[in-house]
Design a protein around this ligand. Structure first.
Ligand code: G1P
Length: 289
């Protein structure tokens, strides 16, 4: 049973400055809900009950968001806005959420190493806090857990990307063992098009067994002088079978301006309150372009 999740949310969000100067990038809203709430909802819908968030300087708003808010709740109750009261209360009751502070920015690998005590000797998932995945086939985290239950080894979500985009991602070198599962031989962080062994990119969701911590502990700074999770994966795969899973669904990267706008428009079109009006406005507006 996979019950624990880790959400690293310590990064600066430099692609989204100045908005992220004093607000965490994970709190950027899609319509009226911060990205990180969708991420927590995905974990909970996949059967996760314990979530550890790795946060850093300037990230207190994330803690506040998942805490009870007695004054707000009282005000909503007085105004008899019970629907919103219910919604607000539910946020703090979704899961057991814990926080640990990464005091220096040393990369994703170092952030994950901070989860060692919390994870203990259990398999766990990692969800990157600035990416959403929507799927008709169940949450992507649940898809990873299903593959883990068959293969009994670490599973990493993969997405086919255009060859010219491989340099933005970790990339797998592996062989297909079924329709959607690849057995990994190696992992390469942000390769050039020429170096890339495939166009299957590591896509923001991971399921690991606790051995990953032994490898992270020994990992030296790599790309950008940061401790890279991919470098630990590359050592781990030499001794442990690891898998990639081409997930079913669509990934939304919110940490950049264009991704943020596109996601808001797509989610807005599906929103029962504003969808129809947004659609008709968009059509008129597009006609004027
Ligand atoms: C990180 C990982 C990379 C992965 C990407 C998206 O990179 O290092 O391997 O492909 O997330 O999941 P970042 O986007 O933090 O540069």
């Amino acid at each position: 049973m996979v019950k624990k999740a880790v959400i690293p949310a310590a990064g600066y969000g430099t692609r989204f400055l100045p908005a992220t100067k004093s607000s965490p990038k994970e709190m950027i809203p899609i319509i009226d809900t911060p990205v990180i709430q969708y991420v927590v909802e995905e974990a909970v819908a996949s059967g996760i009950t314990d979530i550890l968030m790795i946060i850093g300087k300037g990230k207190r708003a994330i803690e506040e968001h998942f805490d009870r808010s007695p004054v707000l709740e009282e005000t909503l109750a007085q105004k008899e806005n019970f629907e919103m009261l219910e919604k607000i209360r539910a946020i703090s009751e979704m899961a057991n959420i814990h926080f640990v502070w990464q005091k220096e920015m040393n990369g994703l690998g170092d952030a994950i190493l901070h989860a060692r005590c919390h994870v203990g000797n259990e398999p766990f998932v990692i969800l990157l806090g600035d990416t959403l995945v929507q799927s008709e086939d169940g949450p992507v985290t649940k898809q990873l857990i299903d593959v883990y239950n068959q293969q009994k080894g670490p599973v990493i979500a993969l997405e086919e990307v255009k060859p010219e985009l491989v340099s933005r991602y970790g990339v797998v070198d592996g062989e297909s063992i079924s329709d959607n599962v690849v057995k990994a031989n190696d992992w390469i962080e942000k390769p050039s098009v020429e170096e890339a062994p495939s166009n299957l990119a590591v896509a923001s969701r991971y399921l690991f067994t606790p051995e990953i911590f032994d490898y992270l502990e020994k990992t030296l700074p790599g790309k950008n002088n940061e401790i890279q999770l991919t470098d630990a994966m590359r050592e781990m795969v030499k001794n442990h079978p690891m898998y990639g899973m081409k997930f079913k669904g669509k990934r939304y990267d919110i940490g950049n301006k264009l991704g943020f706008l596109k996601t808001n428009i797509e989610f807005g079109l599906k929103d029962p309150e504003i969808g129809a009006e947004l659609k008709s406005w968009l059509k008129d507006f597009a006609g004027e372009l």
